[in-house]
Write a protein that binds this ligand. Structure first.
Ligand code: DAH
Length: 338
């Protein structure tokens, strides 16, 4: 009797039903009136009186185990059938919880401010050739300005690189020849720089370009003034300083009055009251010509700014690396913004 119980117990333990029918067959085999376990109970009368206590206990345990296994496996099948019924394809999708990345928030805001002024979004590839990233933008070969950009070249292809600025999109748009042009190009750029609180090898820029007849520096100033007031607040002042970029002539850098101290002087603006936010200028006639545009008829302006930089200014973030670490304690602070 003891061996029989042990054999059945072993069989029961190893049983795994693959279907409801198999489970029912198992129940019939072991627990139905004519099943193996009731048969053992029938034989119980033959057990010697001194062994009855122990054998009785083992028998009860066997029965209990068989019942338990059936119940447990029944649950599995019940669950899958229930799940099948629960799928209702007409239900609205589950809403995603979480927020936008601060760089996305700012990029969307910049896009919106320029879209309101008639600009449309343009895109270009992140892997660029020398012509679009440099030559067409009036960087002569061996010109020291190329060194300023710490380019990542593609191994074995000296002509192919990761774009170092979104100015390459200017060229891509202009060479299509559809005038006038009024675009902004937000995107990722790459430079071989050591990562620190103020620099990263991947960052984001927005390029702006307007080409038409009779475009002047005054148009550029007005467009950027509108941007600065919309983005940093109506009290914001702007100023332009002369600068140099190969692709613009005249070239300038634009500062905004410090949005932290309102221009009085603080450690963010290094007590000057001003913070530099972008480079800009009138598109150099050489660039227009390289893109097939007659510089005697058309003129234009361009500008470029770093998204990280103005995001740091707007939200008083002091370490650029935070944007790339995906630390939820940082990201959650932007959850409520759109
Ligand atoms: N491409 C420049 C850079 O990455 C930024 C820039 C400066 C863009 C002046 C412009 C411009 O369009 O006119 O540093």
């Amino acid at each position: 009797m003891r061996e029989k119980i042990a054999i059945l117990l072993d069989e029961i333990h190893r049983f795994e039903a693959e279907s409801k029918d198999q489970l029912e067959a198992f129940r019939i085999k072991y627990l139905s009136k004519k099943g193996l376990i009731p048969a053992l109970f029938d034989n119980f009368k033959q057990v010697l009186p001194e062994e009855r206590k122990e054998i009785g206990k083992l028998l009860n345990e066997l029965k209990q185990k068989a019942q338990e296994i059936i119940e447990l496996q029944q649950e599995c099948f019940a669950e899958t059938t229930q799940k099948k019924i629960k799928i209702d394809t007409s239900l609205p999708a589950i809403t995603f919880s979480g927020g936008r990345h601060p760089l996305s928030i700012v990029r969307r805001e910049i896009n919106s401010i320029f879209e309101r002024q008639g600009f449309v979004i343009a895109e270009g590839p992140e892997i660029e050739d020398d012509f679009h990233n440099f030559s067409a933008l009036n960087f002569p070969a061996d010109h020291p300005a190329r060194d300023m950009q710490d380019t990542f070249f593609i191994h074995k292809y000296p002509d192919v690189a990761l774009r170092t600025h979104t100015s390459s999109v200017q060229v891509r748009v202009m060479e299509q020849g559809k005038l006038p042009v009024r675009i902004i190009a937000p995107g990722r750029v790459f430079r071989n720089e050591a990562i620190s609180a103020r620099a990263h090898c991947i960052f984001h820029q927005v390029e702006g370009l307007y080409i038409d007849k009779d475009v002047s520096f005054a148009d550029l100033k007005q467009t950027l003034y509108y941007f600065a007031r919309e983005f940093f607040g109506v009290e914001t002042k702007i100023r332009f300083r002369p600068s140099y970029f190969p692709f613009t002539e005249t070239s300038a850098e634009m500062d905004v009055s410090c949005n932290i101290c309102g221009g009085k002087g603080c450690n963010i603006c290094k007590y000057s009251g001003w913070v530099e936010i972008l480079g800009c200028g009138m598109v150099d006639p050489n660039v227009l010509e390289a893109c097939g545009i007659d510089s005697n008829i058309y003129s234009g302006y361009a500008f470029g700014m770093g998204i990280e930089r103005i995001t740091m200014m707007k939200y008083q973030i002091n370490d650029l690396r935070l944007f790339f670490e995906n630390d939820l304690r940082f990201l959650k602070q932007f959850e409520t913004l759109v």
